[in-house]
Design a protein around this ligand. Structure first.
Ligand code: ADP
Ligand code: MG
Length: 263
């Protein structure tokens, strides 16, 4: 079981879209996938076709109440993966976690019990470097960073990269940046091409080959409770995410020893 956080402390950069579509893409490739929604907004839950308001047991109960993942997870109705859902209740966890034992390892400990049941766990992080995100980073083998190729993109990355270095040094020696994913990309915009080139110059093969285009079908899909990958499989966005699922699966199949050095 390989565990990945989809993280970027900025909001609206494409984390949730990446998480649900990568989950659906990997499921399409016959991998067993669990999506963990760590954002109190519950967008990945809703975008997977699960009504967050109707959930009785969520990731909150797993983090705080000692519920098991087996008790709290749901199958996504259209997309072939499982979801550990979230809703507004999770916002309270931030404060409640502080006084708990092993506060940054609660998710990691819970995931250990489903180790044999999944090939991939994808964790949709909230737009902050909070105790919730820390639970994600402490659980994970790697981080996938979706980003738009905008003027301040590189600058915004340094906080995240520093946090990942800190977690790697102090809490989770396995953690590495798997890669930066260029999302909402529009090749007609010269600036985006320039930032994309800068990214490749700075981060080399940490930049995924796959590029996710700006595509309205990806933005429409959540209101139908589905990832774009299953909502409109022929759309350019869906095709790109299937390609990304292939790229991720291939990178993870690499032989031991070929693993790049941690950040
Ligand atoms: P985050 O989880 O980082 O806040 P989201 O995945 O929710 O970001 O994306 C923010 C907004 O951008 C959403 O309305 C989403 O539908 C839209 N969006 C994300 N990726 C794309 C894309 N490739 N093309 C078009 N719209 C996108
Ligand atoms: Mg989100």
């Amino acid at each position: 079981m390989r565990i990945f956080c989809i993280a970027n402390q900025k909001g609206g950069v494409g984390k949730t879209t990446t998480t649900v579509n990568l989950a659906a893409g990997l499921a399409e490739l016959k991998h067993r996938v669990l999506l963990v929604d760590l954002d109190p907004q519950g967008n990945a839950t809703m975008g997977s076709g699960i009504d967050k308001r109707a959930l009785e047991t969520t990731v909150y109960d797993v983090l705080i109440g000692g519920a098991s993942i087996a008790e709290a997870r749901q199958p996504s109705p259209h997309s072939g993966y499982h979801v550990l859902g979230a809703n507004r209740e999770l916002a309270g966890a931030e404060v409640e976690l502080v006084s708990l034992d092993q506060r940054e390892r609660r998710l990691k400990n819970a995931l250990a019990a489903v180790q044999a049941e999944y090939d991939f766990v994808l964790i949709d992080c909230p737009p902050s470097l909070s105790l919730l995100t820390l639970n994600g980073l402490c659980s994970a083998h790697g981080v996938i960073v979706p980003m738009q190729c905008e003027y301040f993109a590189l600058e915004g990355l340094s906080d995240l990269v520093n946090t990942i270095k800190q977690v790697h040094a102090n809490l989770n020696r396995e953690l590495e940046i798997i890669g930066l994913l260029r999302v909402m990309f529009d090749p007609r915009i010269t600036l985006q091409q320039q930032v994309s080139e800068q990214l490749k110059a700075h981060f080399g093969d940490k930049v995924f080959n796959t590029v996710i285009p700006r595509n309205v079908r990806l933005a429409e899909a959540p209101s139908f409770g589905q990832p774009g990958v299953t909502f409109d499989p022929a759309s350019r966005g869906a095709v790109a995410f299937i390609e990304f699922a292939h790229e991720m699966a291939a990178r993870m199949g690499r032989p031991a020893g070929a693993t790049p050095a941690p950040v």
